[in-house]
Design a protein around this ligand. Structure first.
Ligand SMILES: N[C@@H](CCC(=O)N[C@@H](CS)C(=O)NCC(=O)O)C(=O)O
Length: 208
């Protein structure tokens, strides 16, 4: 039995980063896929701490909130920096990734048709902050000299943005190289090439 179970809808969505992370950390996990029809019945929702998915189980520990799950995996697998100072910086960077993810989710689910052009125009203002931070750190990672859960989350968000706007990293060489190198890590490459990943839509409404 794999130690981990992800309960979520049949999308990448808020589980994209944790799946990339689990794959790169050589972990196996079980997918418990919830259909929309089952979800609207409400029984599962009623058991979820915040009434939402994903739910993540590590043995008898049940966690909700995708970023708390990423931090848990960071602690479990040595992907939370080398010391407390790095851990705090990793938290900060991950919160920055979450801010961008929330903007993206708002675009996808609320204003895709009317707002896509303006979103893409404004995107460099957000990407430039990650470009500067990663260039300053100069190790190929956001913080310190090894991969952290914030790097996996950034990779997931950048891959999604490359689908939205394939040229969005052309003026950000550090981020472009980050995506290329992270995507070429053998276990991440195998995961990104897998049917399990490719068959899942990025978002639940078919927009991307
Ligand atoms: N902050 C939460 C957000 C979770 C969330 O928005 N879940 C959505 C799917 S991505 C959901 O469960 N929607 C169904 C509902 O709210 O009934 C997290 O990061 O896990």
């Amino acid at each position: 039995m794999p130690p981990y179970t992800i309960t979520y809808f049949a999308v990448r969505g808020r589980c994209g980063a944790m799946r990339i992370m689990l794959a790169d950390q050589d972990q196996t996990w079980k997918e418990n896929v919830v259909t929309f029809d089952d979800w609207v019945k409400g029984d599962l929702k009623a058991t979820c701490v915040f009434g939402q998915l994903p739910k993540f189980e590590d043995g008898d520990l049940a966690l909700y909130q995708s970023n708390a799950i990423l931090r848990h995996l960071g602690r479990n697998h040595g992907a939370y920096g080398n010391d407390n100072r790095e851990a705090s910086l990793i938290d900060m960077m991950n919160d920055g990734v979450e801010d961008l993810r929330l903007k993206y989710v708002k675009l996808i689910y609320q204003e895709y048709d009317s707002g896509k052009e303006a979103y893409i125009k404004d995107l460099p203002n957000h990407l430039s902050k990650f470009e500067a931070a990663m260039a300053k750190n100069n190790t190929g990672f956001l913080v310190g000299n090894k991969v952290s859960f914030a790097d996996y989350s950034l990779l997931d968000v950048l891959l999604n943005h490359l689908v939205l706007s394939p040229t969005c990293l052309d003026t950000f060489p550090t981020l472009k190289s980050f995506v290329e190198k992270m995507s070429a890590r053998p276990k991440i490459k195998a995961f990104l090439d897998s049917d399990a990943h490719k068959q899942l839509p990025i978002n639940g409404n078919g927009k991307q």
